[in-house]
Design a binder for this molecule. Structure first.
Ligand SMILES: Cc1cc2nc3c(=O)[nH]c(=O)nc-3n(C[C@H](O)[C@H](O)[C@H](O)COP(=O)(O)OP(=O)(O)OC[C@H]3O[C@@H](n4cnc5c(N)ncnc54)[C@H](O)[C@@H]3O)c2cc1C
Length: 335
C-alpha cells in the first residue's frame, strides 16, 4: 500500500485566505483542487508538501457564466460540471467534449478545469513509486541527473497530458492568476513552456482563479479528438484540437494544436497559407500533412512512438471533419 506523508491540510473559503496561506508557508505549501493528480503524485513521493491548501471551497474559484462577450469558468469547477454545462455545450462544444473525455466519471466529478490546466507532465520514468524510481537512480525530472528517455538530453521531455488546454489554446482563452503579489492574466497559448520539469509559467504560489474564452462568432467551428488505449480512464497518447473561422464558403483562419507528445501543447505552423481555401478533402489533407511533418513524439510513455505519430494526421482529419459537421457556437436554447 502507498501511504501519504504527514502534512497539514488547509481548507480556506476565500481567495485572500488561500493566498495568505501560500505567502506564510512559501515553498512548503502546494495548492490542491480535486487532488486526482496531486494525491497519487504525493503517494509516489513526487511531491511532499508540508502544507496542502485546498481550493475547492474558495468561492471566487466557482461559477460558469456568460459575461461581456466571454464565457468565464471558475478554476475549481469540476470537469463533470464543465462538460455538462448548458453554456459550455452551446458556446464551446469542443471544450465540453474535451472535458467529458478526461479519465472516467469519478475522476471528472473530482477533477477540476484548473487542475487540468495545471496538470503535471507525465513520463514512464516519473510516474512510479519512489522504490521503482530509486532502482534507476531517479531521473532528470525528479531527484536524478539522467533523462532515461533521451539518455543524453539535459531537458526533461515528460509529456503534457491534459485534454482541455489544447482546446483552450485554439479558442484564444486566457487565464486569470492570483498570488500574494497581485493578479495577472496570461493567454493559455503563452502558459506552457517546453520544460517537462516545470512546464508552465505559473509561479509556485500562483493560483489560477478562472479561465475566460471569447464567445465564438457564427462562422466559428471547433473540434477535439483524443487517442487512448481504452475508451475511458486512460490519459491521452495524443490529442488534437482545431478551431476555424468560415467566411462564406472559404476558411478565413485555422488553428490546430497537437499535444500529449512532448512537454507542451504545440500549434501547427504554416496554416495561415491555407486561408482562403475551401474546407474540402484537399484542405483536410494539407493540414494533416503539415501536422505529421511537425509531430515528433518521444518514448516518454510506453505506447509505440511510431503509432502515435502515424495517428496524428488521422486525428487531425477527424477533428476538422467534426468541426465542420458541428453547429457554430451560440447561446443555449431557451425554454
Ligand atoms: C486514472 C487517471 C486517469 C486520468 N486521465 C486523464 C485524462 O484522460 N486526461 C486528462 O487531462 N487528465 C487525466 N487525469 C488527470 C487528472 O484527473 C485531471 O487532469 C484533472 O483535471 C486534474 O484536476 P484536479 O483538480 O484533480 O487537480 P489536482 O490533482 O488537485 O492538481 C493538479 C496540479 O495542479 C495544481 N493546481 C490545481 N488547481 C490549481 C489552480 N486553480 N491553480 C494553480 N494550480 C492548481 C496542483 O497544485 C497540482 O500541481 C487522470 C488521472 C487519473 C488518476
Amino acid at each position: 500500500m502507498l501511504r501519504l506523508h504527514s502534512y497539514r491540510y488547509h481548507r480556506p473559503a476565500a481567495l485572500a485566505d488561500a493566498l495568505a496561506l501560500l505567502a506564510e508557508h512559501g515553498p512548503a505549501a502546494m495548492v490542491m483542487a480535486g487532488g486526482t493528480d496531486l494525491m497519487p503524485n504525493m503517494k509516489h513521493r513526487l511531491f511532499t508538501p508540508d502544507h496542502v491548501v485546498a481550493l475547492k471551497g474558495v468561492a471566487e474559484l466557482r461559477g460558469i457564466e456568460e459575461r461581456e462577450g466571454e464565457l468565464r469558468l471558475g478554476a475549481a469547477e469540476t470537469l463533470a460540471a464543465v462538460s455538462r454545462s448548458a453554456l459550455v455545450r452551446a458556446w464551446l462544444p469542443a471544450l465540453a467534449r474535451a472535458a467529458g473525455l478526461v479519465a472516467g466519471p469519478q475522476l471528472r466529478n473530482m477533477g477540476t478545469i484548473g487542475g487540468n490546466i495545471c496538470l503535471d507532465t507525465r513520463c514512464t520514468y516519473y510516474n512510479q513509486t519512489e522504490f521503482w524510481r530509486s532502482a534507476l537512480g531517479f531521473c532528470l525530472k525528479k531527484d536524478g541527473t539522467v533523462c532515461h528517455v533521451t539518455k543524453v538530453g539535459r531537458k526533461c521531455v515528460a509529456a503534457h497530458s491534459a485534454d482541455t488546454p489544447p482546446v483552450l489554446m485554439t479558442l484564444g482563452a486566457v487565464l486569470d492568476l492570483a498570488s500574494p503579489r497581485g493578479t495577472r492574466t496570461v493567454p493559455v497559448a503563452d502558459f506552457f513552456v517546453a520544460d517537462g520539469v516545470r512546464n508552465t509559467v505559473r509561479a509556485a504560489d500562483e493560483v489560477v482563479t478562472s479561465v475566460r474564452a471569447p464567445l465564438p462568432g457564427p462562422g466559428s467551428r471547433a473540434g477535439f479528438e483524443k487517442l487512448r488505449q481504452r475508451g475511458a480512464i486512460d490519459f491521452p497518447l495524443l490529442n488534437v484540437a482545431v478551431a476555424l473561422e468560415l467566411e462564406g464558403d472559404v476558411v478565413a483562419s485555422l488553428r490546430v494544436v497537437v499535444s500529449a507528445l512532448g512537454a507542451r501543447p504545440r500549434f501547427i505552423g504554416g496554416l495561415e497559407k491555407l486561408a482562403g481555401e475551401r474546407p474540402d478533402a484537399a484542405l483536410l489533407e494539407a493540414v494533416a500533412r503539415r501536422a505529421l511533418d511537425q509531430a515528433h513524439p518521444l518514448e516518454n510513455i510506453t505506447v509505440d512512438t511510431e503509432w502515435r505519430r502515424a495517428m496524428v494526421p488521422v486525428l487531425v482529419r477527424r477533428a476538422l471533419a467534426q468541426a465542420l459537421a458541428g453547429p457554430p457556437g451560440g447561446p443555449p436554447p431557451t425554454g
